[in-house]
Write a protein that binds this ligand. Sequence first.
Ligand SMILES: *Cc1c(COP(=O)(O)O)cnc(C)c1O
Length: 372
Amino acid sequence: MVDLKGQYDKIKEQVNSSMLEVLDTTAFINGPEVHAFQKELEDYLNVKHVIPCANGTDALQIAMMGLGLKPGDEVITADFTFAATVEVIALLQLTPVLVDVDKDTFNIDPEAIRKAITPKTKAIVPVHLFGQTANMEEIMQIAKEHNLYVIEDNAQAIGANYHFKNGETKKAGAIGHVASTSFFPSKNLGCYGDGGAIFTNDDDLAHTIRGIVNHGMYERYHHDVVGVNSRLDSLQAVVLRAKLPNLDSYNSARQAAAKKYSEAFKNEENIEVPYTESSEDTHVYHQYTLKILNGKRDALVKHLNDHGIPCGIYYPIPLHSQKAYKDERYREEDFPVTNQLVQEVISLPMHTELDEEQIDFITKTVKEFVNS
Ligand SMILES: *Cc1c(COP(=O)(O)O)cnc(C)c1O
């Protein structure tokens, strides 16, 4: 599904020499590399504060802690996403409110958000799923009307743009009150271990969060709030600093591969290719996800595996049906899109090193099987 080795080979010299420097200086935690990366990412995203942390799940949790959400507060998020999003809501004893997604973009449906709002609602967590920005114009408008926080889960869309109707463009993760991301190795900007970050333009919130990631300390050994221990280490920062200047070209390579895939599938009546806006920079293809419309999805997975082609089902089970997150408030008829998507979606290999020959082989194998 990914080719981390091919990508590493191109930045090897820089990564290796900077890693050796870190080993020599022994500044493993909160060293200059972490601070430099933080600044560079702030510039790239055009956001005032980046607070590095240990992983993307922590980043989400810390963002919610920073906003001061309290047990019982309702937090609306998508039914069709990775479990981390709902997991941290539940862990903090907030009340997750799962809602359906849009059938074209797979992102949280603003109409479904509106219907789910109650006097207890405090926040909305849009996930920019598979690398495509959610409908932030609508979501920010809803948040404003109802006085809610917006926490962007940007683990899959770093580098994607969002275009507002007034002509303004912002980076995914720089739009809501606060955002989280993950630097897990297979993400669009991945390190060689675990890593994550929180972004915000709010000075007070950034200050609060800097204390939370460090055991609730704002002054050494004075613990003002209950915090956590969540840090990005210097060796991971070295990798991220080597990759960040290439992020736009990495994302362009993904977009080019997606274009070739979609071109090959364009006349297939049983295959629906990913939806894209007229402005293609809103999707950075963390995943390239097709819908297989003739009921052959599961058989296709087996067929591709038999032919040595990796593929993935993201995600096979709606969150509202997961044992850990079941709730009698949910009714099946409220999730028609997610319930259908879990049966139709399949993600094909997507990374920065895909070449024409690989894409031809993959698309040919998929088409032959789906039409057989
Ligand atoms: C990967 C991911 C996370 C979690 O990130 P980790 O670094 O693995 O903790 C959260 N949300 C989404 C949507 C993700 O894809």
